[in-house]
Structures are given as structure tokens and as C-alpha cells.
Design a protein around this ligand. Structure first.
Ligand SMILES: *Cc1c(COP(=O)(O)O)cnc(C)c1O
Length: 418
């Protein structure tokens, strides 16, 4: 039998909306023009041009991760592939792993560790709370894990592990390697790999970095790399074997055909971060998210997480009991062309504040779209009050001195990338 091509295939132009939707959910996020343009180019994956680009991607990553480590690798795959790469290379089957579980993504790390047959101890953190360093220390003392896994920002329920630095410091005292999932947070808030004693940081393209989905970065510390090199036996994963990936990323040799376009896009995303500098970028995110939160609360809505444990990179908003998130999201998308996210359980919706999402024109439009959609669906909200609070909060931040000494220093360090 000869199989015929399918009939009735609609060209993309007739499927995609005339005007692109504003992507204000929990990722993927809008990408800058330069990133989109880079993503349309294909070059030789082993040529001199690629070699130069790889060198720059590594140099810029060292700044973004805040590490001098020479073990930064790109991954052809989603953030989850980078998570799996950290686990597969650092967790020895049969060894103990302490997984701090705050929600969906941090539990995924525990699941991955179980799949490589580690003995996984799950520390289930109370709902809506950040992990507590004292409790983590008690678990480390009791179980003596070789590896600890933790998420910086739990995108699923908008909890931020605010004591990450302290927790990583404690783990170091007990000689336990620390893996941090920073997919939604990297470059949106402080995270200092070296100063905070972190041994592996994972990130994806489509969230904090404002690049495309499907190409990710992972950074290993020297300590983690020594451990990887000292491991006996062959890794069960071939694509995710860090020592094989090192061949491409440090020795210009073939591992698999690198996702060249996605790496070019990542190059541009990182270059824009270096140009903006981390202190300025952190401040932009803080200002935008704080203003959005003020706008939402003043409009009459409540936020899912209390300030002590609240993530700024993704904001969770409680919905009235009788309003289903699906109804609201569909209405907002159809009438205002703004997309936000539902959730994995709680009756909340989530608005992203990652990379390009943290621009004032986007948050005004999103707040209005959300408010107007809720009003149309019978929820009592005060839109003008919300918009006014958003405006005045943005204003407060712009009166602060914008250029600090640290910021100037960082700017000097990256001028060669601009
Ligand atoms: C989105 C996300 C992931 C998974 O990334 P994918 O690219 O979807 O695999 C992991 N961790 C966190 C914190 C995330 O927000």
C-alpha cells in the first residue's frame, strides 16, 4: 500500500492569529527581534564560525551564572533535559539524594533521581512556604545525602526558595553536592553559583533568558566535574553524557549535531543580558513584578503566596471559587490577545515576569486585559484603581539611583560583548 499525503492541511498563515498573542504566561515568553533573527540561521556546526560563537556563549554564560567554571555546556533539549543531564551525571545509582520538593518541577528532579536508581529522600515543604534551612540541615545530618536537589523558583505554584544561599552553604559543610533548577529565575533575580557554593545550575531557553524553547544551558562547578570524572562505569545516557558533550563544547569535536540556530538565538539572548547587565536586569524585573502585584491587589484580587515566600518571576493570583481558570484564559485570549497560564491544581492563574515580559507596556496591557475579562465574567474589580497603583509603583522605583557601583563594574566587564 502506498500512503498518500494528508489532504486538507492548512498553511500556517491560516492557523496563526493575524496579530501575535502577547505571551504573558509561565513560558515560553516573547523573544527580542535579534533572538528571533538569529534563530532563523543555519551554519556549519563544526566550523570556525561556530567555534567562535561557542566561545562567546561560554564566556557570557559564566557572567550570567556568576561562575568561573570551565564546565558550562549547552543541551539540545528542554529545561527538563538539562535537569536530567545534571541528575544522570552527578547521581550515582544506589547513592542517596535529598530532594527538596516545593511543587511540580522540584518533584520532577526527585523523580529523575529515582529513575537512575538513587535512594531518594523527599523533603516535602509545606504548601505555599519556602524551604526552611534548619529542617534541611536536620535531614542532611540524618540521611547524609551525596546530592541535594532544589528549585530556586517553583514556577508551578509561584513559591520562591528565598533561603537558597543558606541551604547551599549548609550542604557544602556536609560535603553534599547541590543541584539548583533555575529555569524560570536565571537572570531575573540574584543567583551566584560560585559565591553560593552551588555545584550545578540548570536553565532553559524560554523563560528567564527570553530565548527560544528547546535549547538549554547547564553549568557544573569544578567540584561537580571532579566527581563526574572520577565516576566508574559507563553512564546509561548517551546524549546527556556530560563528558561526551564536553567534546563539542571544549574540544571542537563531534558529539551530536548541535542545534545551531538555537545556539545562535541563545548567543543573542545572552548578549542582550550582558549588555543590560545583571544588576539593571534584576532591578527591571523587581520593578515590573512589584508594580504588577500592586496593580493586581489594588484592583481587588489576592495573590496566592505571601510576600515571605513569593516568587517575582511568576505571579500566582487567586480566582473566585465560581470562576474556572479555563473560562477566564479563553476570554482574555479571544478578546484581548493576551495569554496567561492556569495552574497544576490550585484555583489560580499565573502571570509571568521573565525577560521580555517585564516591560511596562506589557504589564499595563496584561493588567487591563485580566481586569476587563474578569469584569465581563461577573467579578467585581476596580480596574482604574489597579492601573493607577501599577503606575505609581513603577514611578517609585524610577526615583531610586539607577546606576550603582556594582552595576558600573559589571558594565565594564562586558563591554566587549556589546
Ligand atoms: C519550565 C520549567 C522547567 C521545565 O522546562 P521545560 O523546558 O518545560 O522542560 C523546569 N523547572 C522549572 C522551574 C521550570 O519553570
Amino acid at each position: 500500500m502506498i500512503i498518500q499525503p494528508p489532504r486538507h492541511i492548512t498553511p500556517l498563515d491560516n492557523i496563526l492569529p493575524d496579530e501575535p498573542l502577547l505571551m504573558m504566561g509561565a513560558g515560553p515568553v516573547p523573544i527580542p527581534e535579534r533572538v528571533a533573527a538569529a534563530n532563523s540561521i543555519v551554519i556549519n556546526h563544526l566550523g570556525d564560525t561556530m567555534a567562535k560563537i561557542i566561545e562567546q556563549v561560554k564566556a557570557m554564560s559564566r557572567y550570567v551564572f556568576q561562575t568561573q567554571s570551565d564546565h558550562i555546556l549547552g543541551v539540545a533539549g528542554p529545561g527538563s533535559a538539562a535537569m536530567e543531564m545534571a541528575i544522570a551525571n552527578m547521581v550515582v545509582p544506589g547513592s542517596k539524594v535529598l530532594s527538596i520538593c516545593n511543587g511540580f518541577f522540584s518533584s520532577r528532579l526527585a523523580d529523575m533521581a529515582e529513575r537512575v536508581e538513587a535512594e531518594v529522600i523527599r523533603l516535602e515543604v509545606n504548601e505555599k512556604e519556602a524551604a526552611c534551612p534548619e529542617i534541611v540541615e536536620a535531614y542532611i545530618k540524618k540521611h547524609q545525602p551525596k546530592v541535594l536537589t532544589i528549585v530556586q523558583g517553583e514556577t508551578s505554584n509561584t513559591v520562591c526558595n528565598k533561603h537558597l544561599k543558606t541551604i547551599a552553604g549548609i550542604a557544602r559543610q556536609y560535603d553534599c553536592l547541590v543541584i539548583v533548577d533555575a529555569v524560570c529565575t536565571l537572570s531575573t533575580m540574584p543567583l551566584e553559583m560560585e559565591n553560593w557554593n552551588i555545584d550545578a545550575i540548570i536553565t532553559g531557553g524560554q523563560k528567564g533568558l527570553s530565548s527560544i524553547p528547546g535549547v538549554s544551558l547547564i553549568a557544573f562547578s569544578d567540584r561537580a566535574w571532579d566527581h563526574i570524572e572520577a565516576r566508574k562505569g559507563r553512564l546509561r545516557h548517551w546524549c546527556l553524557d556530560a563528558k561526551l558533550a564536553d567534546q563539542f563544547w571544549y574540544k571542537k569535536a563531534y558529539h551530536y549535531t548541535a542545534p545551531v540556530s538555537g545556539i545562535l538565538a541563545m548567543h543573542e539572548a545572552l548578549r542582550l543580558i550582558c549588555q543590560e547587565t545583571l544588576p539593571v536586569r534584576f532591578k527591571r524585573h523587581l520593578r515590573s513584578s512589584t508594580a504588577l502585584q500592586a496593580g493586581l491587589e489594588t484592583m481587588g484580587l489576592s495573590l496566592y503566596i505571601k510576600p515571605e515566600a513569593r516568587l517575582n518571576s511568576v505571579v500566582g493570583i487567586n480566582l473566585p471559587k465560581d470562576l474556572a481558570s479555563k473560562t477566564l484564559l479563553t476570554y482574555m485570549s479571544a478578546h484581548y490577545r493576551v495569554e496567561i497560564s492556569g495552574s497544576f491544581g490550585a484555583n489560580i492563574v499565573r502571570i509571568g515576569q521573565m525577560g521580555e515580559q517585564s516591560r511596562s507596556h506589557h504589564i499595563f496591557r496584561t493588567l487591563h486585559a485580566l481586569g476587563a475579562s474578569m469584569k465581563a465574567l461577573g467579578v467585581k474589580v476596580d480596574i482604574p484603581a489597579g492601573v493607577s497603583a501599577l503606575e505609581s509603583t513603577l514611578e517609585i522605583f524610577s526615583f531610586e539611583p539607577t546606576v550603582s557601583a556594582a552595576c558600573l563594574q559589571a558594565q565594564e566587564a562586558v563591554t566587549s560583548y556589546s
